[in-house]
Design a protein around this ligand. Structure first.
Ligand SMILES: NC(=O)c1ccc[n+]([C@@H]2O[C@H](COP(=O)([O-])OP(=O)(O)OC[C@H]3O[C@@H](n4cnc5c(N)ncnc54)[C@H](O)[C@@H]3O)[C@@H](O)[C@H]2O)c1
Length: 356
C-alpha cells in the first residue's frame, strides 16, 4: 500500500465536493502524493480556508466541463450531515442524482475513472449485521432521510448502468461514519456535537437513549482507502465498504468524549429522531482482500486529535452571545483541560464540516 502513493505522481484529479470535510483531507493527500488536483464545489457546506487546490465554484448538477483534463474524478459532492441534507431535501436529491449524472457523463467524455462516495445509509436501518456489500438494505422511502439515502442509491444504480452500457470506469465506496479534525461543530453530527457540548459544559444529548451503535472511521484511514480504491482494478464496477468495524454505542462514544475532555457535562436522553438506524457496522472483508486496506487509527487516538483541533476552533456558547448558557471551556473545564483548551490545534487542518 505504501508504494501506491507514488502511483499518484502526475495524475490529474478532480475532487467534486473537495471543499468539504473529507474532500479537503483527500485533496491535501492527493497533492502531497504528487497529483495535479482541481476542486469543484458550490460551498453549500464547504469552506475555502486551507484548500490545497484551485476551486471552481459551481453546483455539480450545472457543471458543463471538467476544470482539467482528468484521469480520475472523485465525487464527494453532497451534504453529509442529516441537518444539512434535510434542510433542502430536493437539492440533496438533485445533487446526488442529477449531479452524479453530469459528473459521470463528463468523466465518460474525458475517458476518466469516477470514484463515487456512496454511503452506509444505502443499508438504511439494517436487518443484517455487520453489513456486507451484498445486503440490499432496509431504507424508509418516505422518511426524512430518504432524500439522501435514496439519492445515493439512485446514484449507484446510474453508475453501474453507465458502466454496463457505456463502459464508464466506476469505483463505489460505501463510506461509513467518518470523523476527525475539520468537522463542523454545528452541523448536528454526533461526535462534533458531543465535543462542542463537553467543551461548553452543557449536557450531551443522546437521541433515542444512545443504545444505537455506530462505527467511527478516522478520516486519514478513509482517505487512504479512497485513494487505494481509485487505483484498484479489481474493484472496478462494484461497491466496497470503507469504514472501521470497531462498533460502539452512541452512549459509549459520548462518555469517551466527556472523559477525554475532562468535562463535567452529563449525558441526557432525548427523543429519538425518525428513522435513525439502530446498528451500523461494516463488514470490510472486501476492502481488506481487494485493497489490502484496514483502518489503523484507534477511536481514542482519533478522538483525541479531533478534540485538540476542536478546542482550537471552538467558540464557547457564552462568548457567542447566546443568553442563558453556560460559560466556555477555559473557565468550565478542570485545570489540565483548561490548559488543553488554550493550546493550539494539533494539525493546521481544514475548517469545519461534515458526516453522515
Ligand atoms: N462524513 C461521513 O461520515 C460520510 C459518511 C458516508 C458518506 N459520506 C459521503 O462523503 C461525501 C463527503 O462527505 P463530507 O462529510 O465531507 O460532507 P461535507 O458536507 O463536509 O462535504 C460535502 C461537500 O460537497 C459540497 N457540495 C454539496 N452539494 C454540492 C453541489 N450540488 N455541487 C457542488 N458541491 C456540492 C459542499 O459544499 C461540501 O464542500 C458525501 O458525498 C457524503 O455523502 C460521508
Amino acid at each position: 500500500m505504501g508504494d501506491r502513493v507514488r502511483d499518484w505522481q502526475g495524475r490529474r484529479v478532480v475532487v467534486a465536493g473537495g471543499a468539504g470535510f473529507i474532500g479537503r483531507h483527500l485533496t491535501r493527500a492527493l497533492v502531497a502524493a504528487g497529483a495535479e488536483v482541481a476542486v469543484v464545489d458550490d460551498l453549500s457546506t464547504g469552506q475555502t480556508g486551507d484548500l490545497a487546490a484551485p476551486l471552481t465554484r459551481t453546483d455539480i448538477a450545472e457543471l458543463d466541463r471538467l476544470p482539467i483534463a482528468a484521469d480520475v474524478v472523485f465525487n464527494l459532492a453532497c451534504p453529509a450531515s442529516p441537518r444539512a441534507y434535510q434542510a433542502d431535501p430536493v437539492q440533496t436529491w438533485r445533487t446526488s442524482v442529477i449531479g452524479t449524472w453530469s459528473l459521470a457523463h463528463l468523466a465518460l467524455g474525458a475517458g476518466a475513472r469516477i470514484v463515487q462516495a456512496s454511503t452506509s445509509e444505502v443499508y438504511g436501518d439494517p436487518l443484517v449485521h455487520p453489513q456486507t456489500e451484498d445486503y440490499p438494505g432496509n431504507v424508509a422511502l418516505t422518511g426524512p432521510r430518504a432524500c439522501y439515502d435514496e439519492g445515493k442509491r439512485a446514484a449507484e444504480v446510474l453508475l453501474y448502468d453507465l458502466a454496463r452500457t457505456r463502459g464508464l470506469d466506476v469505483r463505489v465506496a460505501r463510506v461509513f461514519n467518518t470523523y476527525g479534525p475539520g468537522m463542523a461543530q454545528g452541523d448536528g453530527r454526533a461526535l462534533p456535537a458531543f465535543i462542542a457540548a463537553a467543551l461548553d459544559g452543557v449536557p450531551l444529548r443522546l437521541e433515542g437513549g444512545g443504545a444505537q451503535t455506530r462505527s467511527f472511521c478516522f478520516v486519514s484511514d478513509l482517505v487512504r482507502g479512497l485513494m487505494a480504491l481509485a487505483l484498484c482494478d479489481a474493484a472496478r464496477g462494484i461497491a466496497v465498504n470503507l469504514g472501521n468495524p470497531d462498533e460502539r454505542t452512541i452512549r459509549e462514544a459520548a462518555a469517551t468524549v466527556v472523559r477525554l475532555t475532562g468535562s463535567r457535562s452529563p449525558l441526557v436522553e432525548v427523543d429519538p429522531v425518525p428513522n435513525d438506524p439502530r446498528r451500523r457496522c461494516p463488514d470490510i472483508t472486501r476492502a481488506q482482500r481487494l485493497l489490502g486496506w484496514t483502518p489503523e487509527v484507534g477511536f481514542e487516538t482519533g478522538l483525541q486529535r479531533m478534540i485538540i483541533d476542536s478546542v482550537g476552533q471552538h467558540r464557547p456558547r457564552a462568548q457567542a452571545g447566546r443568553a442563558g448558557q453556560l460559560p466556555g471551556p477555559a473557565t468550565n473545564l478542570p485545570a489540565p483541560h483548561a490548559a488543553l483548551a488554550r493550546a493550539a490545534p494539533l494539525s493546521k487542518g481544514p475548517a469545519p464540516d461534515g458526516n453522515a
